[in-house]
Write a protein that binds this ligand. Structure first.
Ligand SMILES: CC(C)(COP(=O)(O)OP(=O)(O)OC[C@H]1O[C@@H](n2cnc3c(N)ncnc32)[C@H](O)[C@@H]1OP(=O)(O)O)[C@@H](O)C(=O)NCCC(=O)NCCS
Length: 170
């Protein structure tokens, strides 16, 4: 009943975006000169978090990272661009798609990584709060939204499995 009241008062909005570019320096790389995966995830989480905050207008914490792909290596000196946008919303959570492209010495942008970050909107006390409902318009929006739905389905199974692992100390 309470959820129904919340839903009836729920705002709707279009996806927000966030974008950042940087040049890869030696301290971003591993011991064979390509970008260190953990550093890339950190940057993706940061840009995704900015996107989530712009969308929700609240604090947003990372709840899970899904389907992280390191598709092409990134080298020292490459310029990378990280772009994020909201593709799916639940009640208090949202999924942000984050892509990374690299430029070497031409203007061509090559996709190197992609992941889906699930954020949960929280209030000042850290309790989850309702997010605006995503407006889905274009064909690409619809395709991305159904990817989000599919990820959410898998997450629910993972949540159950994780609870069993905790209980059985696996
Ligand atoms: C994320 C967090 C706030 C969720 O709190 P919670 O009390 O379990 O939340 P609820 O059970 O009320 O669920 C709220 C929403 O979060 C989603 N959620 C909770 N845990 C999740 C997880 N591990 N992965 C994906 N979604 C999750 C729920 O499915 C629900 O979504 P919906 O409202 O859209 O249906 C809490 O687990 C937390 O603080 N985790 C640590 C976050 C963190 O430190 N991140 C790294 C630094 S930013």
């Amino acid at each position: 009943m309470i959820d129904k009241d919340i839903n009836s008062a729920r705002q709707k909005r279009k996806s927000s975006e966030a974008r950042s570019s940087l040049m890869v320096f030696p301290n971003d790389t591993n011991d064979f000169g390509t970008m260190y995966g953990g550093r890339l995830i950190e940057l993706m989480d940061m840009v995704g978090g900015i996107c989530a905050r712009r969308y929700t207008g609240t604090k947003a914490v990372t709840a899970s990272i899904e389907d992280m792909q390191f598709y092409k290596p990134i080298n020292k000196g490459d310029i990378i661009e990280i772009t994020s946008h909201v593709i799916w919303t639940g009640t208090k959570s949202l999924i942000v798609k984050t892509k990374v492209t690299k430029e070497e010495y031409t203007e061509e942008k090559i996709v190197c990584s992609r992941a889906y970050f699930c954020f949960v909107a929280i209030d000042k006390k850290g309790s989850p709060v309702v997010v605006p409902e995503l407006i889905v318009e274009s064909l690409n929006d619809k395709k991305n939204y159904s990817i989000g739905q599919e990820i959410r389905k898998r997450q629910k199974l993972e949540e159950k499995r994780f609870q069993i692992e905790l209980k059985e100390n696996l």
